[in-house]
Design a protein around this ligand. Structure first.
Ligand code: 13P
Length: 259
């Protein structure tokens, strides 16, 4: 079975002190790569995506030998220049990031992210050897029409257009239906996710690094969500913001990976 990717975005939460405590706890629990001072979950690739202010702090606390990959929640497509308020992929890499989250629905809704900008950002991340984590997902209105699979395929195809097979193999996709995300969302049932995962899986399974699910993942539904055909991981908000929740999700994934 392929590696299960289980990660969290902190979105716009956590002070530095809170971020430090979370990261130090994770370091203590998982240890460094190849060391015996912690337990790295077998078959699972953990990742954490703090807000920009905490990236270097978390990188330092986790350490260079950490089995945990670090990411940023966004990055600009240009390498440098007069883009006030933006952070580039080389800057993110310099700060310790290995993953660039791209096109989260909150960014599409509030910050004008489009298929075109996601395509440019995926290309920028790949150009610098970072893993793009492309987020896609449909609204409730689209879901009601029964067109979820086609809609998310269009988002993915638009962002991944023109990539070589080698480039595509370095991409992570997170399917996150908008109606399931955050405080206003409701947890999806497995049945609701079968069609979109079938559509995405038919096109991308075996061609990308992973196909993750996100949106109201919790300790009660995580195992079932990992059981969906073509799903190879979880991308989690609220449940993982408490370290205990994240560690429990890693254990659930480890048990799933062990079969
Ligand atoms: P929640 O797990 O809080 O619903 O957030 C999911 C998400 O948006 C991860 O990117």
């Amino acid at each position: 079975m392929s590696t299960l990717w289980v990660g969290t975005s902190w979105k716009m939460t956590k002070t530095l002190a809170e971020g430090r405590a979370w990261a130090a706890g994770l370091r203590e629990s998982l240890g460094g790569g190849g060391t015996s001072d912690g337990t790295v979950p077998a078959g699972v690739q953990p990742f954490v995506i703090p807000s920009f202010t905490a990236v270097t702090t978390v990188a330092e606390i986790l350490g260079e030998d950490s089995p945990v990959l670090l990411g940023v929640q966004n990055a600009h497509w240009e390498d440098a220049g007069a883009w006030t308020g933006e952070v580039s992929v080389p800057q993110a890499k310099d700060a310790g990031a290995r993953i660039v989250e791209i096109g989260h629905s909150e960014r599409r809704e509030h910050f004008g992210e489009t298929v075109e900008t996601t395509r440019l950002k995926v290309a920028a991340a790949l150009r610098h050897g970072l893993t793009p984590l492309l987020c896609i997902g449909e609204s409730d209105e689209v879901k009601e029409t029964g067109g979820s699979g086609e809609f998310v395929l269009d988002q993915a195809r638009g962002a991944l257009e023109g990539l070589s097979a080698e480039e595509l193999s370095r991409v992570l996709i997170a399917y996150e239906p908008i109606w399931a995300i955050g405080e206003k969302g409701r947890p999806a049932t497995v049945d609701e996710l079968i069609e979109p995962f079938a559509a995405l899986g038919a096109e991308y399974t075996g061609r990308v690094t992973g196909l993750l699910y996100g949106g109201s993942v919790n300790l009660d539904n995580a195992a079932d969500l990992l059981g969906i055909e073509h799903a190879t991981g979880l991308f989690v908000g609220r449940t993982a913001w408490q370290l205990g929740g994240y560690l429990e999700l890693l254990r659930i994934a480890e048990a799933h990976a062990a079969g």
